[in-house]
Design a protein around this ligand. Structure first.
Ligand code: HEC
Length: 122
């Protein structure tokens, strides 16, 4: 009995919040953070705004194990050229830890972007 209880506790401790039933809570927290950090001035989860829909970003880099670090740097420093001519300005005031959280999460997104033809919805 005691052992079983311990196992359950351990499993809960090592399971990331977004792996199980907490996905919705994780999503809510990340969306809040994206608003707070200004990402959603230019992005949406499943729509192109100025920047690409995050589901489209996830789709593009899904099989690229190096994408995460590269994208963290890109979000910090800004840049253009991967999704058209529009420019992502540097997000230097956003703490790196938050950028890592946001990029890590957005790369897990699944689904289809509503606008995929490159036309800005704005
Ligand atoms: C001023 C508008 C703007 C803001 C604010 C912004 N982005 Fe972007 N983002 C863009 C644009 C435009 C692109 C497309 C750049 C390109 O074509 O390479 C982009 C691209 C991206 C990409 C894909 C980069 C690539 O090379 O494929 C990621 C990931 C991303 N943004 C995440 C974020 C996160 C996280 C934040 C908030 C911390 C954020 N963005 C804030 C406009 C913005």
């Amino acid at each position: 009995m005691k052992i079983r209880l311990l196992c359950a506790t351990l499993a809960a401790a090592v399971t990331p919040a977004w792996a199980g039933g907490d996905a919705a809570a994780e999503r809510e927290a990340m969306i809040d953070l994206a608003w707070k950090r200004g990402c959603f001035n230019c992005h949406d989860v499943d729509k192109k705004v100025r920047g690409p829909a995050w589901v489209a970003v996830a789709e593009r880099y899904r099989d690229d194990p190096e994408a995460f670090e590269r994208l963290v740097v890109k979000v910090q420093q800004g840049g253009r050229g991967n999704w058209g001519d529009d420019y992502m300005s540097p997000n230097r005031r956003v703490p790196e830890a938050d950028i890592r959280k946001l990029v890590g999460w957005l790369l897990t997104l699944e689904g289809e972007a509503e606008v995929t033809d490159g036309e800005a919805a704005k």
